[in-house]
Design a protein around this ligand. Sequence first.
Ligand SMILES: NC(=[NH2+])NCCC[C@H](N)C(=O)O
Ligand SMILES: [Mn+2]
Ligand SMILES: [Mn+2]
Length: 300
Amino acid sequence: MKKISIIGVPMDLGQTRRGVDMGPSAMRYAGVFERLERLHYDIEDLGDISIGRAERSDDEGLRLNLRNLKAVAEANERLAKAVDDVIKRGRFPLVLGGDHSIAIGTLAGVAKHYKNLGVIWYDAHGDLNTAETSPSGNIHGMPLAASLGLGHPALTNIGGYSPKVKPENIVLIGVRALDEGEKRLIREKGIKIYTMHEVDRLGMTTVMEETIAYLKGRTDGVHLSLDLDGLDPHDAPGVGTPVIGGLTYQESHLAMEMLAEAQLITSAEFVEVNPILDERNKTASVAVGLMGSLFGEKLV
Ligand SMILES: NC(=[NH2+])NCCC[C@H](N)C(=O)O
Ligand SMILES: [Mn+2]
Ligand SMILES: [Mn+2]
């Protein structure tokens, strides 16, 4: 039986919209623990990682185009340790965000346990910026690049090693907003990507069949990093960087169900839920529903 450990990461320093630090609370309130308990998992909630404060004057971060670099890096070190611990105890880490900068710490904790970790990046964005290419200086737009070993050492060396993941072990799904530097990187590294164009043409069934077949052959574990803004803002309005034309609620449940069937996923995180921007906790509830499907919930 799978043993699941929930880790909350109330991080909002990787971007500028307040409120995403309440994401873990919102998902707990939406019943994540009870939902998975009903599926007969051995489940524990480890509470939240402590997040420092933004420095009063973040001169260094602003100079580097890496907002709140120090506080983001420190929190990610703590998260990496917590995730590492959970895996050492033979349990499945389920990380609740927080903005997407926390994927740096999650992956740092996960990747050392695998020779060839696969990553499914379910997101409207590529999150493949570095300080050099970022239009915003927001670290939540950089975690996948950092995990590839690209960017500032304070981010790439979390957990004391780099890189965490190889470009050929990554699959991006749902992408519809990329900055120029990110496009270049995807081409250069040959990263596998299903933009909304491919999802619309092929359908989610084929996208997931191909993704699963691709990763099964080449990886020994797969991390799911699910940014709620991968979904259309109609279905997930409570996110800081919404992009229209996204994945539907139905497509997303299908994707999770197919992953459950394939028994591919060995760690997961759900990020960017912002209750202040949400409508009656809708986005947190959608996130928890997706977790239900990922962990094998069935209608009959
Ligand atoms: N995890 C996210 N929601 N990332 C959004 C990133 C947006 C933009 N590409 C940036 O670098 O600022
Ligand atoms: Mn995103
Ligand atoms: Mn993201």
